[in-house]
Design a protein around this ligand. Structure first.
Ligand code: ATP
Length: 316
């Protein structure tokens, strides 16, 4: 549904995105998580065709953002960070108007509006002036607007920013429901939001993807961080063959030192065997670190690592 390949974006001399790549399949809800200035909004604005990438390729529902922006816009519903609603209109009138702009055929408009009014919990306010609504309701109107042409993909930029705790809970519940029928990419800098709503997290830091993982893999697993000097592929194979090791991912390679993330089976602790096997092959072990991979730890780790130079990383 979403295929981003090596997308970069420069604003003058500022490199906001540096070769980011990720893919999303049908029915996924992914959280694009990152600190302020990481590049979340830039990514979303490229996917929604409001900005063009400096280089790289982004394809949504088979349509390239550069070659077919109109088809891309038809395939997505976008909730921007500051919802630009027509504040003087009534809710139902606004949604009809937006449905028309989005080419929903006249004969289907009434039904399309009724459906989003119901799905977004707007029945009580459909005759109210948008500008007089609370921020929580305006956000729901924004979601209804994004949904009114029934797009397969929803892109939501900080959908709960500025809402009170009850409104946050309601909007999150609504997004979870939307995940049944739509592929949803939302941005946030709140970790608990990702845990509450998403099935997958993509962490972006300094314009790069620092982590892309399914949440179920982060919740229970214990991960080991292994750094060893030697040939990355051979070390990777040796690690994968250690009993108790479930999965090995190469996370970096610099100056002859390869870095891996090793997922272990619950209850297994293969650290001693890893150390023995690497030593037997003559690959000096530099780091063997066990950590519970909670989202918070992974976020801090990914963001900190991305902000270190190669030299500093070696020292960590
Ligand atoms: N129009 C622009 N001109 C120049 N620099 C920009 C522009 N828009 C964004 N940037 C810079 O690009 C980088 C990424 O910004 P972006 O808004 O995408 O980050 P973000 O992750 O959405 O941040 P936030 O969580 O604060 O909204 C930042 O360094 C920002 O200052």
């Amino acid at each position: 549904m979403i295929d981003v390949q090596r997308v970069s974006k420069n604003y003058g001399s500022i490199r906001a995105l540096d070769q980011i790549s990720f893919e999303m399949g049908k029915g996924e809800i992914a959280g694009l998580l990152g600190p302020n200035g990481a590049g979340k909004t830039t990514t979303m604005r490229i996917l929604t065709t409001y900005l063009t990438p400096t280089s790289g390729k982004a394809v949504l529902c088979g349509h390239d953002v550069l070659d077919s922006p109109i088809e891309v816009r038809r395939s997505i519903g976008y909730l921007p960070e500051n919802v630009p609603l027509y504040t003087e209109m009534r809710v139902r009138e606004l949604l009809h108007f937006r449905a028309k702009l989005k080419d929903v055929p006249r004969s289907k408009r009434r039904r399309a509006v009724a459906e989003v009014v119901s799905r977004c919990g707007l029945a009580d306010v459909e005759n109210r002036i948008v500008g007089n609504l609370s921020r929580g309701y305006r956000q729901r109107v924004g979601l209804a607007d994004a949904l009114v042409h029934d797009p397969p993909i929803l892109i939501l930029d900080e959908p709960t920013a500025g809402l009170d705790p009850i409104q946050i809970r309601e909007v999150r519940a609504l997004i979870r429901e939307l995940g049944d029928r739509h592929t949803v990419l939302l941005s946030t800098h709140i970790m608990s939001e990702v845990e509450a709503v998403c099935s997958r997290v993509v962490i972006i830091a300094r314009g790069r993807i620092a982590l892309d993982e399914r949440l179920e893999n982060l919740r229970h697993d214990t991960a080991l961080v292994v750094e060893a000097r030697g040939p990355a592929d051979a070390i990777r194979n040796a690690l994968a063959a250690v009993p108790g090791v479930e999965r090995v991912r190469t996370t970096g390679e610099h100056d002859g030192v390869a870095e891996f993330e090793v997922q272990t089976r619950e209850g297994d602790d293969p650290r001693e065997e890893i150390s023995r096997r690497l030593a037997a092959n003559g690959w000096p072990l530099r780091t063997l670190d066990a950590r519970r991979s909670s989202l918070e730890e992974r976020f801090i780790d990914a963001v900190t690592r991305s902000s270190l130079s190669v030299h500093e990383k070696e020292a960590v």
